[in-house]
Write a protein that binds this ligand. Sequence first.
Ligand SMILES: Nc1nc2c(c(=O)[nH]1)N[C@H]1C(S)=C(S)[C@@H](COP(=O)(O)OP(=O)(O)OC[C@H]3O[C@@H](n4cnc5c(N)ncnc54)[C@H](O)[C@@H]3O)O[C@H]1N2
Ligand code: MOO
Length: 412
Amino acid sequence: MLSSPNSSPLIDVATAREIALSQVEALEEVRDLALGAALGQVCARDIAASVAMPFFTNSAMDGYTLRAEDLGEAGGLLPIAGTIAAGAADPQILPRGAALRIFTGAPLPEGADTVVPLEEASEAEGALVLTSRPERGANVRLAGSDQPMGACLVARGTRIAPQHIGLLAANGIGRVPVVRAPRVVVLSSGDELAAPGAARGHAQIHDANRPMLIALAEAAGCEVIDGGILPDEVEPLSRRLADLSATADLVLSSGGVSLGGRDPFRPAFVAAGGEIAGWRVAVKPGKPVVFGRLGATAFTGLPGNPMAAFVGFHLFALAQIARLSGRAPTPFAAFKARAGFSWRHSPGRQEVFPVRRLGTSATGLPVLERLGIGVSATLFPLAEADGLAVIPAMSEGVARGDILNWHPFCAG
Ligand SMILES: Nc1nc2c(c(=O)[nH]1)N[C@H]1C(S)=C(S)[C@@H](COP(=O)(O)OP(=O)(O)OC[C@H]3O[C@@H](n4cnc5c(N)ncnc54)[C@H](O)[C@@H]3O)O[C@H]1N2
Ligand code: MOO
């Protein structure tokens, strides 16, 4: 731990993540959802294939199907005995010494073992003319060759993505057991805050954090309840926090967690009966973040500076949401990249900053441009970023070409 004057020591980021995680437990409630509603939800049980795939042996190409051994006998010319389309109702039989026209996905007729694509064949006087001799078994998708019966299609704890929906649909599965989505309340605290377009006078600003945190929590698969804007006063805030503990798994607030006399989050939380488990982390931005629990509800008080709220969400709230929904929390900034910039850094706090990928280094690593100048009160540079990068707490700086830990937004 590092010490800081006039306040408690700073908690290192790894310990703070552990504290954040220890405020939540995996939800046990399971919901049975229609496949189309399951996107982004977390699979509650391993889903096993009740069939092998493909269901039946079929053609991988539009072309002609034949028996490879017939080619030798017929000297490469086979009479065409008919056509099989995808979805053909009745099973067909390939007559000896003949070929059938076949379309991609159509069932191979009994006796056939090979498909020749259209590009490698032509028809002359009702017979098939081949430009080369096909390999036996070419362009045939054998029953069961993609996926064995009993295979795990989607494992418990997987966040359901479009490809899982496709695979489950292909297997004829129309409903999925999912962990109930974590219920997250998002609220803002601050007398200066106003709804979009409503900021008046010289000292009001628009509430940016609440819409942003709501969007982040929804993108992470949560059911989000908008907790509104609360004044910077201990008593109403305390009453509201106490009420919320009965309705949510996690309360995410922003603002009012720092040191000033009008930073009411901690006193309000304690007055509501909450227990503070950790406050102030060695990270920039995001230092005054506070973790606690009130009844069965976890409370994560993010700082008011919007960039600090955004970083705090990625470092701590995302991990809490993952644990609530029964997933292993993904490590933050687990990817390597090279700095396309140089920067002096004051040792003390791990620094997280917006970056944009410029290209690829000679060794194949992404090269990152740093955006902004480390001001946590603005989201302007972040909106151009495609990820966040990290400088370790005790680093004295970064030179062009140094390796950095990187968190592309596509990683979650
Ligand atoms: N004496 C000290 N002052 C401050 C310290 C410190 O250690 N000692 N820490 C600074 C750091 S670092 C941060 S981060 C901020 C965080 O403070 P709070 O969480 O108490 O946040 P507020 O004071 O309420 O607001 C800070 C800043 O952010 C704006 N804000 C707040 N909520 C929103 C919102 N929903 N949307 C947009 N902007 C918001 C607010 O207007 C302030 O400008 O404290 C430093 N001070
Ligand atoms: O931690 Mo504060 O977030 O530097 O601005």
